[in-house]
Ligand binder design. Sequence first.
Ligand SMILES: *Cc1c(COP(=O)(O)O)cnc(C)c1O
Length: 372
Amino acid sequence: MKVPFLDLKAHHAPLIEKFDRAIREVIESSAFAGGPFVESFEEEFAAYCGSSYVIGVGNGTDALWLALLALGIGEGDEVITVPNTFIATAEAITYCKAQPVFVDVDENTFTLNPAELKKSLTSKTKAIIPVHLFGQPADMDPIVEFARTHGLFVIEDAAQAHGAEYKGQKAGTLGDAGCFSFYPGKNLGAFGEAGAVVTNDPELREKIQVLRDHGQTRKYYHTLVGWNCRMDGIQAAVLSIKLRHLEEANLRRREHALQYNQAFAGVDEVATPFEANYARHVYHVYAIRVQERDEVRRRLEEVGIGCGVHYPIPVHLQEACQNLGYTAGAFPVAENLAGEFVSLPMFPELTEEQIEYVARCVSETVAVGALV
Ligand SMILES: *Cc1c(COP(=O)(O)O)cnc(C)c1O
């Protein structure tokens, strides 16, 4: 049995006619860059998140970068984030000329450990970017409290957490700004690149709206230097359709996670993901921890099961970040996780048989490993 890591084709198949119709409407109205389809999606996603405003942008990296810029973060400033994330979180900080400062993560949730914040606070610290890794929110209450005490902004990297909740509130609405990616493989994915910033702050909204459109407040009147970070009309039209199916898709992901967890319940060598009691996890990634990680990956690939590692090298040890001066051993929890994670197939259309098969292959591999 072949089990892909992700099957977008299966996810899109039942909606094809709706996509055709929506894309034709965009073509007929020629609203390709920004425009009414983007505005509609912004309103719908704001309502879904329970937030006042959404600003559609080109991708998730734009969302992070523009949120930082709009909050006035720049040269000489430090922004605290975590090393076990996709590089974009740190890139966005660097791209507004600020310095990323990493803190280690909680061993159970893999998200920013609030107890570590104090160590990294300096007079230059301006903001914190917790990452809701794999679809589980970071422990936001102590993070937001720390930020308020020290006058820092909180920008959530919610690129993996569409529909996730913290104490009943949607991820992305807990800080000053929430940043989403609609990269095709995300829980809510476009037919190309797209992203969004979510905020309740009208001034921040306006600033980002101007920044994403060359700093213009009306056509050819530029009040500041911006960039082109607009969302496409076609992406917005597709996202409006897919948003209506997000809850159902997240529920399926949660059911699959439960089935995996149960299948691994008696397998000591496999540590399954932990859902914090404050969280509604939406399993963008279902990552287990195993000692024999590379052996498990090899075996799964051999038998036709797609898998991944998120992420094999923590950001502070990437070649691109050497100038930040971190060395191995700086963040033991994140570094340890990077050596043990394997992400198993996870998408709404997975079947019970496929999950059972994947779990059996993993269990057999670690059991053999344990005998040797
Ligand atoms: C996907 C992702 C991003 C970047 O989003 P893009 O749309 O690819 O630019 C940022 N942070 C995290 C944690 C992500 O997973």
